[in-house]
Design a protein around this ligand. Structure first.
Ligand SMILES: CC(C)(COP(=O)(O)OP(=O)(O)OC[C@H]1O[C@@H](n2cnc3c(N)ncnc32)[C@H](O)[C@@H]1OP(=O)(O)O)[C@@H](O)C(=O)NCCC(=O)NCCS
Length: 194
């Protein structure tokens, strides 16, 4: 009985997430790109992205990541080196929230990683700079992310951009692990770290 309940619960959750994703994708139909150092993810980029994803997180969300170049193409940022190999990516999904009778668009970082060989060279900073700039121009209100409480390099980077720890959540960044929910309000955001 417990297993059946769990199955029903998870399929309801999956359906809710699908519907939210569709609403989010529709809400950015008039999205404009201003990418310079990054590009949006194309289907053929996926194998390289999934490799970086697996190297860093061990895998598990390949299916969702593989769907995002279609659903959230414009907000799936990739960065390449001089040989056109992908060295980092930052993928967002968009959802909407109704507050004070107005619709707010929220972008949540779904996955963000840099190829091991290029860590510490400013690739993550470039990805965040360019994506935040573009999301702000597209009237996204809030950027949200979840990061494990012990992921010091990532937390350091997010704080440099002005992300604030909102609360601690469990089981979002992996079963049994604690993470911060961090947010950046784009209305009040003015300026990037040097
Ligand atoms: C987090 C991550 C994307 C940052 O990318 P990056 O290209 O290394 O970032 P940058 O080179 O732009 O460095 C940004 C800041 O992080 C710091 N940093 C990078 N690696 C670090 C490390 N191992 N320990 C401490 N700080 C580190 C840099 O010093 C820099 O800060 P500074 O400008 O004050 O010196 C990358 O480390 C990564 O892929 N990590 C594994 C996956 C991950 O944790 N993703 C985030 C999940 S929420």
């Amino acid at each position: 009985m417990k297993r059946v309940k769990k199955l029903i619960f998870s399929s309801i959750n999956k359906t809710i997430r699908e519907v939210q994703d569709i609403i989010g994708a529709v809400s950015i139909l008039n999205y404009r790109e201003y990418k310079v150092h990054t590009t949006h993810c194309k289907k053929e980029d996926l194998p390289e992205i999934l490799k970086i994803y697996k190297d860093n997180f061990g895998g598990g969300a390949e299916k969702i990541i593989s769907k995002y170049p279609k659903k959230f193409k414009n907000v799936f940022f990739v960065i390449k080196n001089g040989d056109s190999n992908i060295i980092g990516y930052c993928t967002y999904y968009i959802h909407i929230k109704i507050k004070n009778w107005s619709i707010q668009k929220i972008a949540t970082i779904y996955s963000f990683a840099v190829d091991d060989m290029y860590v510490g060279e400013g690739v993550g900073t470039s990805l965040l700079k360019e994506s935040i700039n573009e999301l702000k121009k597209n009237r996204i209100k809030i950027i949200r992310l979840y990061v494990k409480v012990d992921n010091r390099p990532a937390i350091h980077l997010y704080k440099k951009f002005g992300f604030i720890e909102m609360d601690i959540c469990e089981d979002i960044c992996g079963q049994g692990s604690k993470c911060y929910r961090m947010e950046l309000l784009l209305d009040t955001f003015n300026g990037f770290p040097k």
